[in-house]
Design a protein around this ligand. Structure first.
Ligand code: HEC
Length: 145
């Protein structure tokens, strides 16, 4: 790519991040381009309910918030929040499957690498720190009520 257009691309990306930060909790970090702004905002409001219902430890709260705003609830339900699309499973008790933090991160980064044919979008661009927070949240979600 010529240097000029690369710089334009970078500026666009930075602009996008700034706009996203300005939009606060409705930031869509994820690889999904679903119109999940309002859905994400609703899910973000549901985080305290998830923490209470699922007895989530403090260490899982950051990941719960990423889950709410990254667009995951466009396809996955969680503790009654979100909606189901593409036959994506409910994730309220995903932690009881004991997939492990490492596996979860690998899967979120590249679902098709782990499960060929998976229709789930890649979430590589959430970055290592957020992917880890998500994985901690998923592992802590044992479906306790
Ligand atoms: C566009 C729809 C879509 C979005 C958005 C989406 N997923 Fe998925 N996800 C799926 C589908 C479909 C499956 C089932 C196929 C598979 O396991 O590969 C799945 C599977 C999973 C699984 C494995 C479940 C199991 O029982 O093995 C996890 C964990 C998961 N998703 C987490 C997430 C997280 C976290 C996000 C947000 C960062 C997310 N998903 C966003 C569609 C989606």
């Amino acid at each position: 790519m010529p240097r000029r257009s690369r710089r334009v691309l970078l500026l666009c990306l930075l602009g996008g991040v700034a706009a996203g930060v300005a939009a606060g909790a409705t930031v869509v970090f994820g690889g999904s381009s679903t119109p999940s702004g309002t859905l994400g905002a609703q899910a973000a409001r549901d985080v305290p309910t998830w923490v209470e219902d699922e007895h989530l430890p403090r260490t899982a709260v950051a990941g719960a918030t990423v889950f709410a705003v990254a667009g995951c609830t466009a396809c996955h339900t969680y503790d009654g929040s979100g909606r189901s699309a593409l036959n994506a499973p409910d994730l309220t008790s995903i932690g009881s499957h004991r997939l492990g933090i490492g596996f979860e991160i690998r899967f979120l980064r590249c679902p098709t690498c782990v499960n060929p044919g998976s229709p789930m979008p890649h979430f590589e661009r959430l970055g290592a720190a957020r992917l880890r927070q998500l994985a901690v949240f998923l592992e802590a979600s044992k479906g306790a009520r």
